[in-house]
Design a protein around this ligand. Structure first.
Ligand code: MSP
Length: 702
C-alpha cells in the first residue's frame, strides 16, 4: 500500500507567506501520519514557474524568468528547512519545479495524448480556434465576466476590476480543449463522495459543471506569452500555464520520463490526494480530471479544498494589502510546533480561519505551555522527586485498592478506556481531515490526566507511606497517557512529541509507532526517565506583540502601500472567489488611480543631508539617522535599510525626506519623518532616492 499527497505548486513570482506554508504543514502532517502507520508515502510540493506573471515579476526585478524562479526557490529551500518541512527533516519527498527538463517531457507526452484523444461525446478533444476575450493590459490577462465591470454606456468596453482601466477586445489563434464535452463524465465522477471534499465544495463544483462548461483555451501565441512550454510540433504556441502546472503531479513521479519513473514510480504512487486552497478548486476538480480523462489516466484519489487564512479583520491575506503573515517573523518568535499546532487547531479544515499573532500567542501559552508542556514537566518532575527518576509500577494491589479509592483515585480501567476511546476518536477525526476536532480529542487526554493529578495530589500522597502504591499508580498513569499523546501528536508536533518521548526514557523513534496499535501499559516500570526540559516556554504577550508590531511596520514602511489598489483587488476577490483566472500579486500592478494636486501638496517632501547614521542594538533592520533638512536641528529618523546600507556610507548623502509625517516611536526612538526609497524586487530591497545635482538642504520637492 502506498500513499501520495500533494500541495499546489506555488507561483515563483513572489515569496511565500503563511497561506503557502499552511498547505505544506497540512500535507506534511498527513504524510507523517501515514508513514507512522507504516504506509510508504510520497509528498510533493514545489513551484509553478512559467507564465506571464513570472515573466513580469522577473522584469520588475531585472532578472531572467529562470533567475526569478531560482531566487524564489532558494527562499523556499531556506524556509522549508527552517520549518522542518524539507526532506532532511522528514518532510517532502520532492520539491517539484516546472522548469525541470523531465517535466517538459512529461507534459509534452500528455499534450500529445490529448491531441489524439476523442471526448466522451466522440469529438476531437483538442482543436485550433480563435480565442477572443476582454484583455487587461495591466494584468496581462484575459478577464472573465466576473472579473470586469460591465460598461456604463452601450458600445463602451468593460473595465478591469483590479485596475479600473478599460479592457481591450483581443483575439488570437489558440488551441482549445473541448471541456464542454466532459460535463456528463465529470458529473459521474463527482458521484464518488470522496472525490471533492468537503461536501459544500463538492456541491459547488457539481453545480458549476451542471450549469454547462465552455471550452478552454489551452495555449497562447508565443508572441504574447513566451515563458512556457512550447506546444509539441507547433512551437509558435506556448501551453496554457495551468495545463503545464497541473501535470506536474504526474510528471514528478515519472509520467512521460523513464528516469523519473525508475527513481520514484508513477505506477507505484499514482493516484494522489490533492490538497488545495479553495481559490484553485475549479482547476483541480474540473480542468485536471478532464485533462486526465483525455489522457487516459486514472483520476486522483481526491481533491480536498481548504479555506483561506484571513486577517483578524476578515480580509484575505495579500502582499498588496500589507496584511500577510511573514514567515521570517513567525520563525523568529514561535516554535515550529506551536505554529503547526495553531494552524491545525485554529482553522476548521475547509473553512476560512482568522490569523492573529495574539491568538497564536494565546494558544501557545494556554494549550501548549500550560497544557501539554505543563502536564509533561509536572509528571516527570514528580517521577524524579518521588520515584528516583524511574517509571513506577502502575498496578494497585488488592490490599491498597481501598486506600486508593479513599484518595479519589479510580481503577486503572477507567483511565485506560478513556484514553483508548479518545485515540479512536482522534484517528477517526484525523482521517476525516477534521484536524481541529482531532486535537480537541487529544487535549481531552491532557485534561483528564491533569485532573487526575490535581484530584489525587501526589505531593500529599508522598507524605503517607500507606499510599505508596496510589502515588505510583497516579504517576504511572500520567506518564503512560503522555506516551500515548506523543504517538498521537507526532504527526502534528514532531519535535515536541520526540522530546517528550525521550524525556519519558523511551528509546526508538515515535515516528515508527502506529497510533492504532497502542495498547495501555506499554510503558515499562523501572525505566529511567530523562532530564526534564521545558518544551514550550511561555511567551510574554505584551512584549512580543510590541516587537512584532515594530518589525512588521518597519517592513511595511519600506514597501510602498497602495491601499486604493488593494481595495480594488478586494473587490475583485469578493466578486469572484473561484474565478478561472486566479488573481496573484503580480496582477496587482500599480493602476492609474489619480489623486488631485491638492492631495499631493499635502506631502511635505524636503531635501536632506545625512549627518549621522548608526545601527540600533537588537534591531537588525533599522538604522538611526539624523538628517539636516534646513531646520534648526537635524531630524532623527529611523529607516528600515540596515540590511542594505552601511551606516558610514550614508553620511553626507543628499536624500528626500517626508517632513510632515506624524512622528512615531520605534524601539524606543522617535522617528520624525521618513526617507524615500524605491522598493526593488520581491524582497523589496530599498534603493534610496537621491540627486544628480547639488541641492541645498531643506529645498522643497514639488
Ligand atoms: N500556481 C498555482 C497553483 C498550481 S497547482 C498545479 C497557484 N499558486 S499560488 O502561489 O497562488 O498558491 C495558491 C495556494 O497557496 C492556495 O491554493 C493555497 O494552497 C495557498 N494559499 C495562498 N494564500 C492562502 C491563504 N491566505 N490561506 C490559505 N492558503 C493560501 O495558485
Amino acid at each position: 500500500m502506498t500513499f501520495y499527497v500533494t500541495t499546489p505548486i506555488y507561483y515563483a513570482n513572489s515569496l511565500p507567506h503563511l497561506g503557502h506554508l499552511y498547505t505544506m504543514v497540512v500535507a506534511d502532517t498527513i504524510a507523517r501520519s501515514k508513514r507512522q502507520q507504516g504506509i510508504e508515502t510520497f509528498f510533493l510540493t514545489g513551484t509553478d514557474e512559467h507564465g506571464i506573471n513570472i515573466e513580469r515579476a522577473a522584469q520588475r526585478s531585472n532578472r531572467t524568468p529562470k533567475e526569478q524562479a531560482d531566487y524564489v526557490v532558494s527562499y523556499y529551500t531556506k524556509m522549508t528547512a527552517a520549518f522542518g518541512l524539507d526532506t532532511a527533516h522528514g518532510g517532502y519527498d520532492i520539491f517539484m519545479r516546472t522548469t525541470n527538463p523531465f517535466h517538459y517531457e512529461g507534459v509534452s507526452e500528455l499534450w500529445r495524448r490529448v491531441a489524439k484523444a476523442k471526448t466522451p461525446k466522440g469529438n476531437d478533444a483538442l482543436y485550433k480556434g480563435h480565442y477572443e476575450g476582454w484583455f487587461c493590459a495591466a494584468c496581462a490577462s484575459y478577464k472573465t465576466e466576473d472579473e470586469y465591470a460591465a460598461a456604463s454606456a452601450p458600445g463602451e468596453p468593460p473595465t478591469c476590476l483590479v485596475h479600473e482601466t478599460k479592457l481591450d477586445r483581443v483575439s488570437e489563434e489558440s488551441y482549445f480543449f473541448r471541456l464542454s464535452d466532459y460535463d456528463e463524465a465529470l458529473l459521474a465522477l463527482y458521484e464518488r463522495p470522496d472525490f471533492v471534499r468537503p461536501e459544500a465544495r463538492r456541491n459547488e463544483v457539481k453545480s458549476f459543471v451542471a450549469g454547462g462548461l465552455q471550452d478552454l483555451s489551452v495555449s497562447r501565441l508565443k508572441t504574447s506569452v513566451s515563458w512556457g512550454i512550447p506546444v509539441p510540433d507547433d512551437p509558435d504556441h506556448t501551453m496554457y500555464v495551468w495545463f503545464d502546472a497541473l501535470t506536474n503531479y504526474i510528471t514528478a513521479i515519472g509520467f512521460g520520463n523513464e528516469q523519473q519513473e525508475r527513481k520514484i514510480g508513477f505506477e507505484k504512487f499514482w493516484p494522489a490526494l490533492h490538497l488545495v486552497g479553495k481559490d484553485i478548486l475549479r482547476q483541480h476538480a474540473v480542468y485536471w480530471p478532464a485533462f486526465l480523462m483525455a489522457g487516459g489516466i486514472q483520476q486522483p484519489s481526491g481533491v480536498y479544498a481548504h479555506g483561506m487564512w484571513v486577517d483578524p479583520g476578515g480580509r484575505k491575506m495579500s502582499k498588496t494589502l500589507g496584511n500577510t503573515v511573514e514567515l521570517d517573523v513567525l520563525n523568529q518568535y514561535f516554535s515550529i510546533d506551536s505554529i503547526r499546532y495553531f494552524c491545525l487547531r485554529e482553522m476548521v479544515f475547509g473553512q476560512d480561519g482568522r490569523f492573529g499573532y495574539e491568538n497564536l500567542i494565546d494558544r501557545t501559552n494556554s494549550d501548549l505551555a500550560s497544557g501539554l508542556g505543563n502536564l509533561s514537566s509536572r509528571t516527570l518532575t514528580m517521577i524524579h522527586r518521588y520515584c528516583e527518576g524511574r517509571i513506577p509500577e502502575g498496578t494497585v494491589s488488592d490490599e491498597s485498592r481501598l486506600a486508593a479509592k479513599r484518595a479519589g483515585v479510580e481503577d486503572e480501567m477507567a483511565i485506560s478506556h478513556f484514553v483508548s476511546h479518545a485515540r479512536d476518536e482522534f484517528l477517526r477525526d484525523f482521517e476525516d481531515f477534521a484536524f481541529s476536532r482531532a486535537l480537541e480529542d487529544a487535549w481531552g487526554i491532557v485534561a483528564r490526566a491533569d485532573k487526575m493529578i490535581s484530584d489525587a495530589k501526589p505531593w500529599d500522597l508522598a507524605k503517607d507511606a500507606k499510599q505508596r502504591e496510589t502515588l505510583n499508580a497516579v504517576l504511572y498513569r500520567a506518564a503512560e497517557s503522555l506516551r500515548w499523546l506523543c504517538v498521537l501528536l507526532y504527526a502534528v508536533m514532531p519535535n515536541a512529541a520526540r522530546e517528550i518521548y525521550k524525556q519519558l526514557g523511551m528509546t526508538g523513534d515515535v515516528n515508527r509507532i502506529s497510533p492504532g496499535e497502542l495498547t495501555w501499559g506499554g510503558l515499562s516500570a523501572g525505566q529511567a526517565v530523562g532530564e526534564v526540559k521545558p518544551l514550550f516556554p511561555r511567551i510574554d504577550k505584551a512584549k512580543t506583540m510590541e516587537e512584532i508590531k515594530e518589525q512588521t511596520s518597519d517592513v511595511r514602511d519600506q514597501k510602498s502601500e497602495k491601499p486604493e489598489i488593494a481595495d480594488r483587488q478586494q473587490a475583485a476577490d469578493a466578486a469572484s472567489p473561484h474565478s478561472g483566472t486566479h488573481l496573484t500579486e503580480a496582477d496587482a500592478v500599480p493602476g492609474v488611480a489619480h489623486i488631485d494636486i491638492t492631495d499631493f501638496a499635502k506631502i511635505d517632501l524636503r531635501v536632506g543631508e545625512v549627518k549621522t547614521a548608526e545601527r540600533i542594538p537588537k534591531a537588525d533592520k533599522l538604522l538611526l539617522i539624523t538628517v539636516d533638512i534646513g531646520e534648526e536641528k537635524p531630524r532623527q529618523i529611523l529607516a528600515g535599510i540596515a540590511q542594505y546600507y552601511e551606516p558610514e556610507k550614508l553620511v553626507g548623502r543628499k536624500i528626500v525626506v517626508v517632513a510632515n509625517l506624524k512622528p512615531r516611536k520605534l524601539r524606543g526612538y522617535e522617528s520624525q519623518g521618513m526617507l524615500l526609497a524605491a522598493s526593488v524586487g520581491d524582497e523589496g530591497k530599498p534603493v534610496i532616492a537621491t540627486f544628480a545635482e547639488d541641492v541645498p538642504n531643506g529645498a522643497r520637492l514639488k
